[in-house]
Design a protein around this ligand. Structure first.
Ligand SMILES: [Zn+2]
Length: 336
């Protein structure tokens, strides 16, 4: 057992929350963020091309609605999820009135052609970001609503992609009460938040502006640590937490001269992970790259180039969330 652990290399874990407008309809007024959402059509294939070039494994936590072929299909599934949030603007079905008939006429709410591109790229895992971008900590929703949402994901993806194993809770609203339901639906792992009070899961309505500023600052200056993950610390039951290390914040023009700090912080964390055989889990949304596409892709390539250097020097590896969960299962079996 000790031998196996000693021979193990650390790795870079990447996950992306793929949601298009379903992830932002309740936080932006209609149209305010469309440039970013439309930009996904350009950015996503180029992210995949970089992943292929650098042999990067990544998990795409995808909103189930993006698999739909038509508005009628979306409506059919949403009728089966009778969620009644206290704030009804959180509900995906409150948006149906704005949805077009299919992907040809509505690039904001449909995503099958993009999912196909992910499927065709080697080493990519398609996981779930719930069916309806479901908020597990908001008032009004219940576990049975969440189970209906899980069921809709299974129905719409069955036969199209392999059974899903990795889940990312929307707005990172991790609800431990729902772990058993996730496990029963076949999920093996989820992405937990960084282990620091700044990142504790909480309802969207309670998020303070100060917290947002602190998180933003933490991306540029090391306030909360590197958040590296060791296999030994991952509990197998009831649901494996492939914890996040950092959000990859997109390029911000007013902060142009500080971008270097952000990249340096990520590179240093990756390097520590490579030297200590631990894992560094970076996540973002494709729509974060939908604006300033060239700059964001250049930032990603710089990070992947650094990964390549660490791979050659320390044997640092690239993993999807489920691949880390599988490593963890093997480790536990060896320890038995
Ligand atoms: Zn989301």
């Amino acid at each position: 057992m000790v031998q196996a652990i000693n021979n193990r290399h650390g790795g870079l874990v990447i996950s992306l929350d793929f949601e298009l407008n379903w992830g932002v309809h309740d936080t932006n007024s209609y149209g305010q963020y469309h440039q970013n959402i439309y930009g996904v059509r350009q950015a996503l294939p180029r992210i995949l091309a970089l992943f292929e070039k650098y042999k990067i494994h990544a998990t795409w936590a995808t909103v189930g609605l993006l698999f739909a072929e038509s508005k009628a299909e979306m409506a059919h599934y949403l009728r089966c999820i009778p969620v009644k949030y206290e704030k009804m603007q959180y509900a995906a079905y409150s948006q149906l009135v704005k949805v077009g008939e299919n992907e040809q006429t509505d690039l904001l709410h449909f995503g099958q052609s993009l999912i196909k591109k992910i499927k065709q790229t080697p080493y990519q895992e398609i996981g779930s970001h719930t069916f309806s971008h479901f908020y597990c900590l908001e008032n009004g929703q219940t576990e049975s609503d969440f189970c209906a949402d899980l069921h809709a994901t299974k129905m719409i993806t069955e036969g199209y992609v392999p059974p899903m194993k990795s889940l990312v809770f929307p707005r990172n609203q991790v609800n431990t009460q729902y772990f058993k339901a996730c496990q029963e639906a076949g999920f093996v792992c989820y992405r937990g938040n960084e282990r620091h009070s700044l990142y504790a899961p909480q309802p969207f309505t309670k998020k303070s502006r100060l917290l947002g500023v602190m998180k933003w600052l933490d991306s540029y200056v090391n306030l909360t640590g590197q958040h590296l993950l060791m296999l030994e610390e991952i509990q197998q039951e009831p649901f494996m937490n492939i914890r996040a290390s950092a959000f990859l914040r997109p390029y911000c023009r007013p902060l142009h001269f500080f971008e270097g700090f952000k990249i340096k912080r990520i590179k240093e964390s990756m390097e520590t992970a490579a030297k200590t055989n631990t894992f560094y889990h970076l996540w973002w949304h494709p729509h974060n790259f939908g604006k300033h596409i060239e700059r964001n892709l250049a930032m990603l390539e710089e990070l992947l180039h650094h990964y390549q250097h660490l791979h050659k020097r320390y044997g640092f590896q690239s993993y999807t969330m489920y691949e880390v969960a599988t490593l963890c299962q093997r480790l536990h079996q060896q320890q038995k």
